[in-house]
Design a protein around this ligand. Structure first.
Ligand SMILES: [Mn+2]
Length: 410
Protein backbone atom coordinates (compact mmCIF):
# COMPACT_ATOMS: atom_id res chain seq x y z
CA UNK A 1 0.00 0.00 0.00
CA UNK A 2 1.25 3.42 -0.90
CA UNK A 3 0.93 6.32 1.51
CA UNK A 4 3.33 8.71 -0.25
CA UNK A 5 2.34 10.70 -3.34
CA UNK A 6 4.78 10.16 -6.24
CA UNK A 7 3.92 13.49 -7.96
CA UNK A 8 4.89 15.43 -4.81
CA UNK A 9 8.22 13.62 -4.58
CA UNK A 10 8.91 14.37 -8.26
CA UNK A 11 8.31 18.06 -7.53
CA UNK A 12 10.61 18.02 -4.51
CA UNK A 13 13.29 16.14 -6.47
CA UNK A 14 13.24 18.98 -9.01
CA UNK A 15 13.61 21.79 -6.45
CA UNK A 16 15.89 20.25 -3.81
CA UNK A 17 19.67 20.20 -4.32
CA UNK A 18 21.74 17.09 -3.61
CA UNK A 19 22.64 17.06 0.08
CA UNK A 20 19.62 19.12 1.11
CA UNK A 21 17.02 17.77 3.52
CA UNK A 22 13.36 18.52 4.29
CA UNK A 23 11.73 17.76 7.61
CA UNK A 24 7.94 17.75 7.46
CA UNK A 25 5.80 17.28 10.57
CA UNK A 26 2.11 16.35 10.53
CA UNK A 27 1.35 18.40 13.65
CA UNK A 28 -0.06 17.85 17.12
CA UNK A 29 -3.47 17.50 18.64
CA UNK A 30 -4.78 20.93 19.67
CA UNK A 31 -6.94 21.56 22.71
CA UNK A 32 -10.21 23.41 22.21
CA UNK A 33 -11.12 23.49 25.90
CA UNK A 34 -10.36 21.32 28.95
CA UNK A 35 -10.21 17.79 27.53
CA UNK A 36 -11.86 18.47 24.16
CA UNK A 37 -9.70 18.58 21.05
CA UNK A 38 -10.17 20.15 17.64
CA UNK A 39 -10.62 17.60 14.87
CA UNK A 40 -7.11 16.87 13.62
CA UNK A 41 -5.98 17.87 10.15
CA UNK A 42 -2.37 17.19 9.20
CA UNK A 43 -0.29 20.19 8.12
CA UNK A 44 -0.62 21.05 4.43
CA UNK A 45 3.05 20.38 3.67
CA UNK A 46 2.63 16.90 5.20
CA UNK A 47 -0.60 16.34 3.28
CA UNK A 48 1.20 17.27 0.07
CA UNK A 49 3.44 14.21 0.47
CA UNK A 50 1.46 11.74 2.52
CA UNK A 51 -2.09 10.45 2.91
CA UNK A 52 -1.71 9.58 6.62
CA UNK A 53 -3.84 11.85 8.81
CA UNK A 54 -2.22 11.13 12.17
CA UNK A 55 -0.73 13.42 14.81
CA UNK A 56 2.99 13.22 15.59
CA UNK A 57 4.39 12.03 12.28
CA UNK A 58 7.61 13.28 10.74
CA UNK A 59 8.91 12.78 7.23
CA UNK A 60 12.61 13.31 6.70
CA UNK A 61 13.44 13.54 3.01
CA UNK A 62 17.06 13.73 1.95
CA UNK A 63 18.24 14.23 -1.61
CA UNK A 64 21.20 11.94 -2.23
CA UNK A 65 23.09 11.15 -5.42
CA UNK A 66 20.80 8.14 -5.82
CA UNK A 67 17.58 10.11 -5.41
CA UNK A 68 15.30 10.89 -2.48
CA UNK A 69 15.79 8.95 0.74
CA UNK A 70 12.65 9.04 2.85
CA UNK A 71 12.30 8.16 6.52
CA UNK A 72 8.97 8.24 8.31
CA UNK A 73 8.58 8.53 12.08
CA UNK A 74 5.20 7.88 13.66
CA UNK A 75 3.41 6.63 16.73
CA UNK A 76 2.52 2.93 16.73
CA UNK A 77 -0.89 1.30 16.54
CA UNK A 78 -2.20 0.86 20.05
CA UNK A 79 -5.14 -1.49 20.66
CA UNK A 80 -6.24 0.31 23.83
CA UNK A 81 -6.39 3.81 22.31
CA UNK A 82 -8.06 2.36 19.19
CA UNK A 83 -11.07 1.73 21.46
CA UNK A 84 -11.40 5.49 21.88
CA UNK A 85 -10.21 7.01 18.61
CA UNK A 86 -9.55 5.75 15.09
CA UNK A 87 -6.48 3.56 15.33
CA UNK A 88 -3.13 4.57 13.90
CA UNK A 89 -1.59 2.70 10.98
CA UNK A 90 0.80 0.02 12.28
CA UNK A 91 4.47 0.71 11.51
CA UNK A 92 4.70 -2.53 9.51
CA UNK A 93 1.90 -1.47 7.23
CA UNK A 94 3.52 1.94 6.60
CA UNK A 95 6.75 0.09 5.77
CA UNK A 96 4.98 -1.58 2.84
CA UNK A 97 5.24 1.66 0.86
CA UNK A 98 8.19 0.96 -1.45
CA UNK A 99 9.06 4.67 -1.60
CA UNK A 100 9.88 4.74 2.14
CA UNK A 101 13.38 3.76 3.25
CA UNK A 102 12.36 3.02 6.84
CA UNK A 103 9.60 3.64 9.36
CA UNK A 104 10.51 4.17 13.01
CA UNK A 105 8.87 5.35 16.23
CA UNK A 106 8.32 9.09 16.58
CA UNK A 107 10.38 9.00 19.78
CA UNK A 108 13.45 8.14 17.70
CA UNK A 109 13.04 11.22 15.50
CA UNK A 110 15.23 13.67 17.55
CA UNK A 111 18.13 11.20 17.70
CA UNK A 112 17.84 10.58 13.96
CA UNK A 113 18.17 14.32 13.33
CA UNK A 114 21.50 14.31 15.13
CA UNK A 115 22.74 11.61 12.76
CA UNK A 116 21.88 13.53 9.59
CA UNK A 117 24.74 14.50 7.30
CA UNK A 118 25.75 18.14 7.64
CA UNK A 119 26.69 20.41 4.80
CA UNK A 120 23.45 20.82 2.89
CA UNK A 121 20.54 23.09 3.79
CA UNK A 122 17.89 21.63 6.06
CA UNK A 123 14.36 22.96 5.63
CA UNK A 124 11.80 22.70 8.41
CA UNK A 125 9.12 24.52 10.34
CA UNK A 126 10.24 25.37 13.89
CA UNK A 127 9.51 22.62 16.40
CA UNK A 128 10.60 21.90 19.97
CA UNK A 129 12.14 18.56 18.91
CA UNK A 130 14.24 20.13 16.15
CA UNK A 131 17.39 21.56 17.67
CA UNK A 132 19.46 21.79 14.49
CA UNK A 133 19.74 24.92 12.33
CA UNK A 134 17.07 25.03 9.64
CA UNK A 135 15.70 27.26 6.89
CA UNK A 136 11.94 27.93 6.53
CA UNK A 137 10.18 24.96 4.93
CA UNK A 138 8.00 27.30 2.87
CA UNK A 139 11.10 28.42 1.01
CA UNK A 140 11.24 25.08 -0.78
CA UNK A 141 7.64 23.86 -0.47
CA UNK A 142 6.19 27.07 -1.88
CA UNK A 143 7.99 26.36 -5.14
CA UNK A 144 6.95 22.69 -5.19
CA UNK A 145 3.28 23.51 -4.62
CA UNK A 146 3.09 26.35 -7.15
CA UNK A 147 2.26 24.30 -10.25
CA UNK A 148 -0.66 21.96 -9.65
CA UNK A 149 -0.51 18.38 -10.92
CA UNK A 150 -3.53 16.50 -12.32
CA UNK A 151 -4.29 14.70 -9.04
CA UNK A 152 -4.36 18.06 -7.25
CA UNK A 153 -6.52 19.73 -9.89
CA UNK A 154 -8.96 16.87 -9.63
CA UNK A 155 -9.35 17.35 -5.85
CA UNK A 156 -9.66 21.13 -6.24
CA UNK A 157 -12.36 20.64 -8.89
CA UNK A 158 -14.26 18.17 -6.66
CA UNK A 159 -14.14 20.69 -3.83
CA UNK A 160 -15.39 23.42 -6.15
CA UNK A 161 -18.23 21.25 -7.45
CA UNK A 162 -19.48 20.50 -3.95
CA UNK A 163 -19.23 24.20 -3.07
CA UNK A 164 -21.16 25.00 -6.25
CA UNK A 165 -24.04 22.84 -5.02
CA UNK A 166 -24.01 24.73 -1.73
CA UNK A 167 -23.88 28.19 -3.26
CA UNK A 168 -26.72 27.41 -5.70
CA UNK A 169 -28.84 25.81 -2.99
CA UNK A 170 -28.48 28.96 -0.89
CA UNK A 171 -29.64 31.17 -3.75
CA UNK A 172 -32.68 28.91 -4.18
CA UNK A 173 -33.68 28.59 -0.54
CA UNK A 174 -32.74 31.79 1.28
CA UNK A 175 -35.63 33.89 2.55
CA UNK A 176 -35.91 37.03 4.69
CA UNK A 177 -35.99 36.18 8.40
CA UNK A 178 -33.77 33.13 8.07
CA UNK A 179 -30.70 33.09 10.27
CA UNK A 180 -27.19 33.09 8.84
CA UNK A 181 -26.58 29.93 10.88
CA UNK A 182 -29.24 28.08 8.86
CA UNK A 183 -27.54 29.08 5.64
CA UNK A 184 -24.23 27.74 6.95
CA UNK A 185 -25.89 24.35 7.45
CA UNK A 186 -27.53 24.33 4.01
CA UNK A 187 -24.17 25.04 2.38
CA UNK A 188 -22.78 21.77 3.80
CA UNK A 189 -25.74 19.58 2.78
CA UNK A 190 -24.48 18.25 -0.55
CA UNK A 191 -20.91 17.71 0.70
CA UNK A 192 -22.28 15.78 3.69
CA UNK A 193 -24.10 13.42 1.30
CA UNK A 194 -20.64 12.53 -0.02
CA UNK A 195 -19.22 12.02 3.46
CA UNK A 196 -17.34 15.29 3.45
CA UNK A 197 -17.62 17.64 6.39
CA UNK A 198 -14.47 19.72 5.97
CA UNK A 199 -14.44 23.31 4.85
CA UNK A 200 -11.27 25.00 3.67
CA UNK A 201 -11.80 27.91 6.11
CA UNK A 202 -14.53 29.17 8.46
CA UNK A 203 -17.40 30.24 6.18
CA UNK A 204 -18.55 33.85 6.03
CA UNK A 205 -22.34 34.15 5.90
CA UNK A 206 -22.82 37.88 6.14
CA UNK A 207 -26.19 39.57 5.78
CA UNK A 208 -26.45 43.29 5.02
CA UNK A 209 -23.82 45.53 6.62
CA UNK A 210 -22.01 42.54 8.12
CA UNK A 211 -20.64 41.88 4.61
CA UNK A 212 -18.36 44.89 5.21
CA UNK A 213 -16.52 42.90 7.91
CA UNK A 214 -14.07 40.95 5.78
CA UNK A 215 -13.64 37.97 8.10
CA UNK A 216 -17.08 38.03 9.76
CA UNK A 217 -17.59 34.51 11.10
CA UNK A 218 -20.22 34.73 13.84
CA UNK A 219 -22.87 33.73 11.26
CA UNK A 220 -25.70 34.08 13.75
CA UNK A 221 -27.89 37.01 12.71
CA UNK A 222 -31.30 37.00 10.99
CA UNK A 223 -31.41 38.21 7.39
CA UNK A 224 -33.33 41.43 6.73
CA UNK A 225 -35.57 41.79 3.66
CA UNK A 226 -34.19 43.82 0.72
CA UNK A 227 -30.58 43.40 1.87
CA UNK A 228 -27.84 41.37 0.22
CA UNK A 229 -26.18 38.34 1.75
CA UNK A 230 -22.52 37.60 1.08
CA UNK A 231 -21.47 33.94 1.18
CA UNK A 232 -17.73 33.23 1.18
CA UNK A 233 -17.50 29.48 1.65
CA UNK A 234 -15.51 26.59 0.22
CA UNK A 235 -15.50 22.82 0.75
CA UNK A 236 -12.19 20.97 1.21
CA UNK A 237 -11.55 17.61 -0.51
CA UNK A 238 -8.53 15.47 0.45
CA UNK A 239 -7.03 18.62 1.94
CA UNK A 240 -7.52 20.71 -1.21
CA UNK A 241 -9.42 23.97 -0.91
CA UNK A 242 -12.05 25.76 -2.91
CA UNK A 243 -12.63 29.45 -2.17
CA UNK A 244 -15.77 30.96 -3.64
CA UNK A 245 -17.85 34.02 -2.87
CA UNK A 246 -21.28 34.94 -4.14
CA UNK A 247 -23.48 37.86 -3.09
CA UNK A 248 -27.22 37.75 -3.74
CA UNK A 249 -30.44 39.50 -2.66
CA UNK A 250 -32.22 38.03 0.37
CA UNK A 251 -35.63 38.94 -1.11
CA UNK A 252 -34.73 37.63 -4.58
CA UNK A 253 -34.33 40.94 -6.44
CA UNK A 254 -31.52 43.49 -6.44
CA UNK A 255 -32.48 47.12 -5.70
CA UNK A 256 -31.24 49.65 -8.31
CA UNK A 257 -28.35 50.73 -6.03
CA UNK A 258 -27.36 47.14 -5.21
CA UNK A 259 -27.56 46.29 -8.91
CA UNK A 260 -25.34 49.24 -9.93
CA UNK A 261 -22.60 48.33 -7.44
CA UNK A 262 -22.87 44.64 -8.26
CA UNK A 263 -22.34 45.37 -11.96
CA UNK A 264 -19.18 47.31 -11.08
CA UNK A 265 -17.70 44.41 -9.11
CA UNK A 266 -18.71 41.93 -11.83
CA UNK A 267 -17.13 44.03 -14.60
CA UNK A 268 -13.89 44.38 -12.63
CA UNK A 269 -13.82 40.64 -12.01
CA UNK A 270 -14.49 39.84 -15.69
CA UNK A 271 -11.66 42.14 -16.75
CA UNK A 272 -9.22 40.57 -14.29
CA UNK A 273 -10.17 37.02 -15.34
CA UNK A 274 -9.70 37.92 -18.99
CA UNK A 275 -6.22 39.18 -18.18
CA UNK A 276 -5.18 36.27 -15.97
CA UNK A 277 -2.87 34.90 -18.63
CA UNK A 278 0.62 33.44 -18.80
CA UNK A 279 3.19 36.12 -17.99
CA UNK A 280 0.75 38.30 -16.03
CA UNK A 281 1.72 39.60 -12.57
CA UNK A 282 -0.40 40.23 -9.48
CA UNK A 283 0.61 43.88 -9.20
CA UNK A 284 -0.39 44.67 -12.77
CA UNK A 285 -3.66 42.78 -12.39
CA UNK A 286 -4.37 44.60 -9.10
CA UNK A 287 -3.56 47.97 -10.60
CA UNK A 288 -5.79 47.44 -13.63
CA UNK A 289 -8.65 46.24 -11.42
CA UNK A 290 -8.43 49.33 -9.22
CA UNK A 291 -8.21 51.60 -12.21
CA UNK A 292 -11.31 50.08 -13.81
CA UNK A 293 -13.22 50.10 -10.52
CA UNK A 294 -12.56 53.82 -10.11
CA UNK A 295 -13.81 54.52 -13.66
CA UNK A 296 -16.97 52.50 -13.03
CA UNK A 297 -17.69 54.09 -9.63
CA UNK A 298 -17.47 57.54 -11.23
CA UNK A 299 -19.68 56.34 -14.09
CA UNK A 300 -22.54 55.23 -11.78
CA UNK A 301 -22.24 58.37 -9.64
CA UNK A 302 -21.08 56.55 -6.53
CA UNK A 303 -18.07 58.87 -6.54
CA UNK A 304 -18.02 62.41 -7.83
CA UNK A 305 -15.06 64.62 -8.74
CA UNK A 306 -12.11 63.72 -10.88
CA UNK A 307 -10.35 60.40 -11.29
CA UNK A 308 -6.94 61.98 -10.78
CA UNK A 309 -7.95 63.38 -7.38
CA UNK A 310 -9.34 60.03 -6.25
CA UNK A 311 -6.12 58.35 -7.34
CA UNK A 312 -4.08 60.92 -5.41
CA UNK A 313 -6.23 60.48 -2.29
CA UNK A 314 -6.41 56.70 -2.69
CA UNK A 315 -10.21 56.95 -2.27
CA UNK A 316 -10.72 53.39 -3.44
CA UNK A 317 -8.90 51.92 -0.43
CA UNK A 318 -11.95 52.97 1.67
CA UNK A 319 -14.24 50.66 -0.33
CA UNK A 320 -11.99 47.87 -1.68
CA UNK A 321 -9.64 47.09 1.16
CA UNK A 322 -8.13 43.71 0.29
CA UNK A 323 -6.08 42.20 -2.51
CA UNK A 324 -7.58 41.06 -5.80
CA UNK A 325 -6.71 37.41 -5.23
CA UNK A 326 -4.21 34.80 -4.11
CA UNK A 327 -2.75 31.35 -4.81
CA UNK A 328 -5.08 28.44 -3.99
CA UNK A 329 -4.25 24.81 -3.19
CA UNK A 330 -3.93 22.74 -0.02
CA UNK A 331 -4.21 26.04 1.82
CA UNK A 332 -6.89 28.52 0.94
CA UNK A 333 -4.11 31.11 0.79
CA UNK A 334 -1.50 28.75 -0.62
CA UNK A 335 1.96 29.69 0.72
CA UNK A 336 3.58 29.92 -2.70
CA UNK A 337 5.96 32.81 -3.39
CA UNK A 338 4.78 36.12 -4.84
CA UNK A 339 8.38 37.15 -5.52
CA UNK A 340 11.21 35.15 -7.11
CA UNK A 341 14.61 34.77 -5.45
CA UNK A 342 15.79 37.82 -7.43
CA UNK A 343 12.94 39.87 -5.85
CA UNK A 344 11.12 40.02 -9.19
CA UNK A 345 7.41 39.36 -9.13
CA UNK A 346 6.34 35.82 -10.02
CA UNK A 347 4.69 35.78 -13.45
CA UNK A 348 1.69 33.53 -14.07
CA UNK A 349 2.42 30.11 -15.58
CA UNK A 350 0.14 27.35 -16.85
CA UNK A 351 -0.79 25.08 -13.94
CA UNK A 352 -1.10 27.79 -11.29
CA UNK A 353 -4.43 28.08 -9.47
CA UNK A 354 -5.58 31.46 -8.21
CA UNK A 355 -8.68 33.23 -6.95
CA UNK A 356 -9.96 36.52 -8.30
CA UNK A 357 -12.17 38.34 -5.84
CA UNK A 358 -12.84 42.05 -6.19
CA UNK A 359 -15.22 43.59 -3.68
CA UNK A 360 -16.89 46.83 -2.63
CA UNK A 361 -17.89 47.54 0.97
CA UNK A 362 -19.72 50.72 1.87
CA UNK A 363 -19.79 51.68 5.53
CA UNK A 364 -22.10 54.60 6.29
CA UNK A 365 -20.30 57.89 5.76
CA UNK A 366 -21.50 61.48 5.13
CA UNK A 367 -19.60 61.80 1.83
CA UNK A 368 -21.53 58.90 0.25
CA UNK A 369 -25.23 59.00 -0.68
CA UNK A 370 -27.32 57.01 1.80
CA UNK A 371 -28.70 54.71 -0.87
CA UNK A 372 -25.27 53.00 -1.04
CA UNK A 373 -24.80 52.62 2.73
CA UNK A 374 -24.20 49.17 4.23
CA UNK A 375 -23.90 47.40 0.90
CA UNK A 376 -21.11 44.82 0.81
CA UNK A 377 -20.39 42.83 -2.34
CA UNK A 378 -17.66 40.38 -3.29
CA UNK A 379 -17.51 37.97 -6.22
CA UNK A 380 -14.82 35.30 -6.07
CA UNK A 381 -13.96 32.51 -8.47
CA UNK A 382 -11.23 29.87 -8.65
CA UNK A 383 -9.11 30.00 -11.76
CA UNK A 384 -6.58 27.73 -13.46
CA UNK A 385 -3.98 29.46 -15.62
CA UNK A 386 -3.71 27.54 -18.91
CA UNK A 387 -1.86 27.91 -22.19
CA UNK A 388 -5.01 29.37 -23.70
CA UNK A 389 -5.93 31.75 -20.88
CA UNK A 390 -7.87 31.65 -17.62
CA UNK A 391 -10.07 28.63 -17.03
CA UNK A 392 -12.74 29.48 -14.45
CA UNK A 393 -13.12 26.27 -12.44
CA UNK A 394 -16.17 27.65 -10.62
CA UNK A 395 -17.89 28.98 -13.76
CA UNK A 396 -21.00 26.87 -13.14
CA UNK A 397 -22.08 28.96 -10.14
CA UNK A 398 -24.45 31.74 -11.26
CA UNK A 399 -23.08 35.25 -10.96
CA UNK A 400 -24.77 37.56 -13.47
CA UNK A 401 -27.73 39.51 -12.13
CA UNK A 402 -30.16 37.71 -14.44
CA UNK A 403 -28.85 34.26 -13.49
CA UNK A 404 -28.94 35.02 -9.77
CA UNK A 405 -32.42 36.57 -9.80
CA UNK A 406 -33.75 33.65 -11.84
CA UNK A 407 -32.40 31.14 -9.30
CA UNK A 408 -33.51 33.18 -6.27
CA UNK A 409 -37.12 33.21 -7.54
CA UNK A 410 -37.27 29.40 -7.52
MN1 LIG B 1 -10.19 34.17 -1.23
Amino acid sequence: MSILKPFALTQLQAHLKTGEICIILSGEEKTRNHDVHYPFRASSHFKYFCTLNETDCALVIEKTHKGLKINLFKKPYDAQSALWTSGRMPLNQAKEDPLIEDVALFEQFPAFLQSLPTGGNIFSDPHALIEIKTLPLNQIMGKCRMLKKDAELSDIQKAINLSAHGHKKLMQTTLPGMNEAQLALTFMHEAAKHGISEQAYPPIIAGGERACILHYCENNQPLQPDTLVLIDAGIEVNGYASDITRTFPVSGKFSPAQKALYEVVLAVQAHAIEHAIIGQTWSKLNQEAKDLMLDKLLEIGFLSGTKINHQKNNTLSKYFYHGLGHWLGLDVHDPCPYKNSDAQEVAFEAGMVITIEPGIYVRPSPDIDEKWHNIGIRIEDDILITETGAKVLSAHIPKTIDEIEALCQK
